[in-house]
Design a binder for this molecule. Structure first.
Ligand SMILES: [Fe+2]
Length: 570
């Protein structure tokens, strides 16, 4: 029986996770508490939150596990810098300083941050952490595990076989051959910020045709054994590598898109062309992923697949793997990206200490709870109207059905990048005007970014094809909206008829489930538009103070914190 803290940081999305006696006590992404989006620093606040939740002092921890091997990572970066010398000369001093400055001594800094003896701090490897983060909380006893990202220490794609508490490594693809880096290069080429704009690229793909497949096939070769290679001349990661693509890449696909130019898919030929590039990227990404996924199926003989790594946040590709890679079930836990590494590291530490694996993850509410007392005190100070409701679900459903945008805070905040009913903004799935207003007053998104629906799990099959599956509780897959309901669900149906569905159960998300039940009763549609509760460019709300700050700066119809409805007086 042991208390194990897992930590991921220093790349993007720092996080901490605490497993005590084999149970997941808390998993917290630093940005929710520090309010700095994609905060990659040592997760000081997340560590404190985990320990607070368990009621444990740091000295009670048996081990602290860092999610990757800092020494192997430094070795890879330095090797590649030297290999591309003298082209890399300009970047050499900065890269070396970054590696030697923070990364090499990371385990010492972790010990200092947490307040434990250095001898208690160990590390695992990046893709082992990803693999554990998916399999050990999955509903499967036996599963293939495919992890795909930009790059860990030097691995970019790995296949593992999970059985019970054991995870066996079966194969890997190495840097620089990387699906994540290919996706990142095109993200930068399209004028988006890398590690943030990938979801926008995914939204854009539905507006284009994959007519640049041939060009992409010159950049990526896919072998019959499921492995793939990127042609180095189109990419540049070490020498002048901020953008990740080379002049040859632009010669092949045309000049890059300007970063700040507003998108005009209706009347700009150039923008439609960029949408075609995005669609081609998505298509080739799916083709690449099918290779290792089918290989994983052959090697393991397993019927189920677990996915992790940043690329596993590509919900459209995940559906393709579910349909075509030979597995009957696919599971993706909500923090599939690097934040999830903290969870995997903690679980690996727990298994190593002889503890059992935890029960399957069914909900994502692993963060800090909202404080109604804090909310009431703040609301009084700011002169907000508060109303304790006997039937909060009914009132919110009435507000949503009549075209209002309503904030929803309930219980502990979510793990991963999606709002899943703990810190959400809800709107009508049937009113395009609500969606427009949501975009105008809150989100300020690109016009091609879709909004997602939340639906009662039991009602999902009636409204959506591909019944609720192991991904839909966490919005990590997509489903088709049944054609006869696309008009009723016009605000949450993407071009082409798909939706990144969340299936909701009252056991894990009671307040949202209650609201959906009331919406069914009022409108006949058990669905709500569910998007994250945050202003443009901000992390999703964590505390009551964050939620109230949001309410006071955005024109929404109200904010429900547990049973208390808060509104602005004017
Ligand atoms: Fe990763």
């Amino acid at each position: 029986m042991a208390a194990i803290l897992g930590i991921s940081c220093f790349y993007h999305d720092a996080a901490a996770a605490l497993v005590v006696d084999g149970s997941l006590v808390a998993a917290v992404q630093e940005e929710r508490l520090s309010r700095l989006k994609h905060d990659a620093r040592l997760p000081r606040l997340a560590v404190q939150a985990c320990l607070r939740r368990a009621g444990l002092p740091a000295r009670a921890l048996d081990a602290v596990v860092y999610y990757e091997d800092p020494f192997r990572k430094v070795e890879r970066v330095l090797t590649w810098l030297l290999r591309s010398f003298p082209r890399s000369a300009r970047h050499f001093p900065r890269a070396v300083a970054a590696q030697l400055g923070s990364k090499l001594w990371v385990l010492d800094r972790v010990a200092e941050l947490v307040g434990v003896d250095r001898s208690k701090v160990t590390s695992t490897t990046h893709h082992e952490s990803h693999a554990a983060s998916a399999f050990l909380v999955s509903p499967f006893e036996d599963a293939a595990i495919l992890t795909v990202d930009g790059v860990g220490e030097d691995v970019t794609t790995a296949i593992h076989h999970g059985r019970g508490e054991r995870i066996e490594h079966l194969g890997a693809q190495h840097y620089p051959h990387s699906v994540g880096l290919l996706y990142a290069a095109v993200t930068a080429y399209l004028g988006f910020v890398v590690n943030e704009g990938e979801q926008k690229v995914m939204g854009l793909t539905a507006f284009g045709q994959p007519r640049f497949r041939e060009e992409f096939e010159r950049m990526v070769s896919i072998a019959s054994d499921g492995s793939f290679e990127l042609a180095p001349r189109y990419f540049c990661y070490e020498a002048g590598g901020e953008l990740g693509f080379s002049r040859a890449f632009e010669a092949l696909l045309g000049p890059r898109r300007a970063r700040s130019a507003p998108w005009r898919l209706d009347d700009s030929e150039a923008d439609r062309r960029y949408a075609d590039v995005a669609a081609s990227l998505q298509s080739v990404t799916e083709e690449i992923l099918l290779g290792p996924a089918r290989r994983a199926r052959r090697l393991t003989g397993a019927d189920a697949l677990c996915l992790a790594g940043g690329v596993a946040l590509n919900a459209v590709a995940n559906r393709r793997l579910l349909r075509e890679a030979g597995f009957s079930r696919v599971f993706v836990q909500p923090a599939a990206g690097d934040a999830g590494g903290a969870l995997g590291a903690a679980l690996l530490g727990a298994i190593a200490a002889g503890d059992p694996r935890p029960p399957p993850m069914t909900g994502a509410a692993t963060g800090e709870a909202i404080s109604i007392d804090e909310a009431l005190a703040l609301a009084a100070r700011l002169g907000l109207t508060t109303e304790r409701l006997a039937q909060p679900e009914r009132r919110v459903a009435e507000l949503v059905a009549t075209g209002n945008i309503v904030g929803l805070c309930s219980g502990r905040f979510e793990w991963g990048p999606r709002a899943l009913g703990q810190r959400s903004l809800l709107a009508s799935p049937s009113l395009l005007a609500s969606r427009e207003r949501l975009n105008r007053v809150v989100k300020r998104r690109e016009p091609f970014q879709p909004f997602a629906p939340a639906v009662l799990a039991d009602d999902a099959p009636a409204w959506f094809g591909d019944e609720p599956n192991d991904m839909t509780p966490f919005m990590t897959g997509v489903c088709d909206v049944r054609p006869e309901f696309r008009a009723a669900l016009c605000a949450v149906t993407h071009v082409g008829g798909s939706a990144r569905l969340q299936s909701v159960r009252s056991e894990t998300t009671p307040l949202l489930a209650g609201i959906l039940t009331q919406l069914q009763d009022l409108t006949g549609v058990p669905v709500a538009l569910n998007t994250s509760l945050n202003g443009a460019g901000e992390p999703i709300v964590g505390s009551a103070a964050d939620a109230i700050a949001f309410l006071t700066s955005h024109a929404i119809g109200g904010l429900l914190i547990e049973d208390c409805l808060l509104t602005r007086r004017n």
